[in-house]
Write a protein that binds this ligand. Sequence first.
Ligand code: ARG
Length: 430
Amino acid sequence: MKLWNKGFEPDKNIEQFTVGRDRELDLRLARYDVQGSMAHISMLESIGLLTKDELDTLLPALQQIAEEIERGEFTIEEGVEDVHSQVEFMLTGRLGDVGKKIHSGRSRNDQVLVDLKLFFRDELKEIAASVKQLFDRLIELSDKHKDRLMPGYTHLQVAMPSSFGLWFGAYAESLTDDVQMLTAAYNIANQNPLGSAAGYGSSFPLDREMTTGLLGFEWPHYNVVAAQMSRGKTEKAVAAAIAAVASTLGHLAMDVCLWMCNNFAFVSFPDELTTGSSIMPHKKNPDVFEIMRGKCNRLQAIQNEVALLTANLPLGYNRDLQLLKDILFPATSELKECLDMATYMLGEIRIKDNILDDPRYDYIFTVEDVNRLVLQGMPFRDAYRKIGMDVQEGKYNPNREVHHTHLGSLGNLANDRIKEKMDTILKHFG
Ligand code: ARG
């Protein structure tokens, strides 16, 4: 049965092809669909398109559906196209003709838009909460390991002393940028499309400010065509925010894979957090971080998918837009899983001591030795040349005392300021 039934049923193959994954994916929209309908019918009553009695019949019935959704009892039946149709059919089935009244002044085009905006708001909030947990873990590790030195690399060649405090703290501060992206996506999602109907408004005197207030949006999309244009545009903003977080997390996962490599062996994890090989009995592999790296790379690709899917679409609703759900819905869950897994794994990370005592890192102290000569009065270029010649002639002997000199500046992590920055950015979120 279709909402748009006018005496014929479409070919089964056509139905299957056009409905696609909606029956499964729309389940995630169900609670928002009901929320949107409750706001819409309250507004319809306020402008005289529903009586008080009708509203009092419809609202509890919608509330009952909302509870069924929360209990996991809601499904989209065979032959029903999407969540919007399912909710309307349930209301009509339970209440009779009054159920048929809820769609006045509305189209599935603004209905799915409002569902998506409410859905993305919640997803972005959950992602931000997972980012914050990872952030807290990274800051805690940075503070805890601030005195433990590790090699810093440029060109993947040994460069200068770094520390685990700096490394963990770097990812924490980097996440603050990503939360700015999440905030931007949230603000773009936080606008009310309801009342734009099929994309060209309605001749009913819909009170769009009222539904904006009821649904807690910051603004309406005032222009009804702009409201429809926001399908795809909102997803682009969300995809960019997802990509920002995924890029930081994927980078971190790559570092862990490298530091776990036996040739580095800077970090390790308890056996039960590693994976084995079917042939090599000694293996303790970093599969968790490899899967994380792979997922995060893929999550950065969805920006391209969204851009290509929506490129050059004609103005107004086009069914292509339905496929945005196939791209975005799995992505928000996958990102949260990756973030939570990273927080979990890092809680168990073990760090090797005295890494820099290994002679392979001797040259890591050359800059410190140059600086020491400069402090004694030698011009920088002469000091650079002297140490450079020592290295060249195999006479360079690192002054390991400088570990401690260097630690002075490496220990200055400003983690408290980074925490303040994150708190300030999060204050503007949502
Ligand atoms: N499943 C559809 C979507 O996600 C709902 C809107 C349908 N609108 C239409 N005009 N066919 O886009």
